[in-house]
Ligand binder design. Structure first.
Ligand code: SF4
Length: 263
């Protein structure tokens, strides 16, 4: 049986729940799966990329693996990159810069104004801040970001960051497993207010409310889904602060286009 294609179905307790009870919703922790999981036994939940690396290291040796990487970092990582509406998966050495990733997929600094690093549980960075950043856990942490699921997505100059964010918040609210009140109702309310602001129907009240809710929702669900969603929104309100204010105050936007799709 295939797990449902829902965002939270990949969460570790949801994966264990699906194996044991065919229900791909997260369960509350503790215990974590490594303490008690499938059939009550300690269970390792790991992603396919890590297992593939482990298998290749077993086959070719750690020296082979260590040949890749920049500085102190060893190995490679898979990235899902998006630029100009086209998504490509690439494998790069750890420590590769955002500029090098862009060059590899034909993207330029002049054609994007922001970069989403780490996916929907990651956050936006202005292009100038992101450009020379290495995809290295320490550098990313210094910028307040993490590589997360390995998404590096370039936001084109003509695409409005507020509307792109509103679209992703709509998606995140729709992906709630609908079992924790703050997640179900809180994310829906935040997504609705963000959408109103994005479409020019919002008010400064909406802006004030989402700013407040962002600080209230983290840690209120059985899993980290709401935490990730509000962390992402917080990054948007930081990077696109002027645009959010412009949308809410004068209902104007200098970037005409909405993001075509959530991914
Ligand atoms: S926090 Fe949201 S996604 Fe996570 S278990 Fe609760 S309702 Fe489901």
């Amino acid at each position: 049986m295939d797990a449902p294609a829902r965002y939270v179905a990949g969460e570790e307790t949801a994966a264990v729940h699906f194996v044991t009870e065919a229900d791909a919703r997260p369960t509350s922790r503790p215990p974590r799966p490594f303490e008690r999981g499938v059939r009550g036994q300690p269970t390792l939940v790991q992603n396919v990329e890590t297992l593939a690396h482990a298998a290749l290291i077993a086959r070719f040796g750690d020296g082979w693996y260590r040949r890749a990487g920049r500085g102190e970092l060893r190995g490679t990582t898979l990235l899902t990159t998006t630029a100009a509406g086209r998504s490509v998966v690439v494998e790069v050495e750890l420590g590769t810069t955002v500029a090098e990733v862009a060059a590899g997929i034909g993207e330029s600094r002049e054609s994007a104004h922001a970069v989403l690093v780490g996916g929907y549980f990651g956050g936006w960075l202005p292009i100038d801040r992101a450009w020379s950043l290495g995809l290295d856990p320490h550098e990313l942490r210094g910028a307040g970001r993490a590589l997360g699921c390995g998404v590096v997505s370039f936001l084109p100059n003509d695409v409005c960051g507020v509307r792109a964010t509103a679209r992703i918040m709509e998606y995140m609210a729709g992906q709630s497993a609908a079992q924790c009140g703050p997640c179900v109702f809180g994310l829906r309310a935040i997504a609705d207010a963000t959408s109103r602001i994005g479409t020019g129907l919002g008010t400064s009240n909406d802006l004030e409310r989402i700013g407040r809710w962002v600080g209230q929702l983290a840690g209120r669900g059985a899993c980290r889904h709401p935490d990730g969603a509000v962390g992402f929104l917080y990054s948007a309100m930081t990077v696109f602060g002027d645009e959010f204010a412009g949308h809410a105050r004068s209902r104007t936007c200098s970037r005409p286009r909405a993001l075509g799709r959530a991914a």
